[in-house]
Design a protein around this ligand. Structure first.
Ligand code: SF4
Ligand code: SF4
Length: 370
């Protein structure tokens, strides 16, 4: 069997001005072989964005439309057919969040259809370790090429979300909640993500790492500029490079699990890198503990992990959190969520899907002091 070659490029991109993004995306793809290598004339191309929820592009929670537009232009230049797709967090569908994320406007402007991931079909995953078959939208089969277009962010559960985690958006609605409930441990959940990556293996990955998110991501963190566009022929290889850049490589569950499973592309030395290297230490989410203490705390997770709370001033009583909570740990009383912490599995989905960003996390007092 031919040995796989992992290519990753990184190009400076100072802003989201369309000209600059177009130039950076083109340059990043050229460094790993050029668009012709990945897109053939007449092919149907799914651009899998991060449209986690109803957030405007300047909130840095979703893939910026300027990056998506640059990719659409390149796909069209190849005389291929682009489509935009994702299944947001919670029960929302992409068309419900596309106005705020800028995708609706982009879709109209470029005449690129937005695809909702409906009609579930079973996809066998013989290489999967934890999951041997996934229920995903049957529509995915219609595409010849997947371009994975993640946003670089930190994440309350998995510490980091990039290219591999972006593939979780292929799992529709309540299926996501079921997996969170079944695999609340971040390392086991990461096994699931890697199984999904093995099944889907996007041909091309372009990461929006211009304005990123650090701290309590994926939606409630702080904006931080890295000013890069990354490209790769392999989503995991791209994450390996990105995690090195933001100095979370050694702590990321993705890398720990990938190394255990002997994925060569989780080692930076096995990657052919082109372009500029840029390092910036990202703040970690409040929900993550490290060092020796981390091992102890993981064992007693529900006693020690940060708990979700509601900011009563921001909450509008929409019930989105209660309807999705995988553990059924939220009940709406007097138009406010009430958390049952005995049931809560600390998946932090409620924080991710709240349209008001009204759910925040707090660690137990003793640990905060410690
Ligand atoms: S916390 Fe957020 S999701 Fe839950 S009811 Fe309030 S506004 Fe809705
Ligand atoms: S209350 Fe929030 S953190 Fe707890 S299980 Fe439900 S969605 Fe997850």
């Amino acid at each position: 069997m031919e040995k796989e070659v992992y290519l990753v490029s990184s190009v400076k991109c100072k802003s989201y001005s369309q000209n600059e993004v177009d130039t950076s995306v083109l340059k990043a793809i050229n460094l790993i072989g050029g668009i012709k290598k990945y897109i053939k004339k007449g092919s149907k191309v799914l651009i899998k964005v991060n449209a986690v929820g109803s957030h405007s592009p300047d909130q840095a929670a979703t893939t910026h439309p300027a990056v998506v537009k640059a990719i659409i232009k390149l796909v069209k230049k190849q005389k291929a057919y682009p489509f935009i797709g994702d299944d947001p967090a919670g029960l929302a569908k992409i068309k419900q969040v596309s106005k705020k994320t800028g995708l609706e406007q982009l879709s109209k402007e470029t005449k690129t259809p937005i695809v909702e991931f409906l009609n579930q079909t079973v996809y066998k995953d013989p290489k999967g370790k934890l999951i041997k078959q996934f229920k995903l939208s049957g529509k995915i089969k219609q595409f010849d090429v997947i371009i994975n277009v993640p946003k670089l962010k930190t994440h309350l559960l998995t510490l980091y979300t990039g290219a591999v985690k972006n593939l979780y958006g292929f799992i529709p609605g309540m299926e996501k909640a079921k997996y969170h409930y079944k695999f609340p441990d971040k390392y086991i959940f990461t096994d699931l993500l890697l199984d999904l990556y093995l099944l889907l293996k996007p041909q091309l990955t372009i990461m929006d790492a211009v304005t990123c998110m650090e701290g309590n991501g994926p939606v409630g963190g702080d904006k931080v500029n890295l000013n890069l566009i990354l490209a790769s022929n392999d989503s995991l290889a791209l994450d390996t490079v990105a995690l090195n850049f933001i100095k979370l490589y050694n702590q990321a569950p993705l890398i720990k699990v990938a190394k255990k499973r002997k994925f060569p592309q989780s080692n930076i030395n096995n990657i052919q890198f082109y372009g500029i290297k840029k390092y910036k230490k990202f703040k970690k989410p409040r929900s993550h503990y490290f060092g020796i203490l981390g091992i102890f705390l993981t064992r007693f997770r529900n006693l020690t992990a940060a708990k979700p709370y509601v900011n009563e001033k921001l909450c509008i009583g929409c019930s989105t959190c209660a309807n999705f909570c995988p553990a059924k740990a939220i009940k709406i009383k007097n138009k406010l969520p009430n958390f049952d912490y005995k049931k809560c599995i600390r998946c932090y989905c409620c924080n991710e899907i709240c349209p008001q960003r009204a759910i925040y996390l707090k660690r137990p007092l003793l640990l905060r002091w410690f």
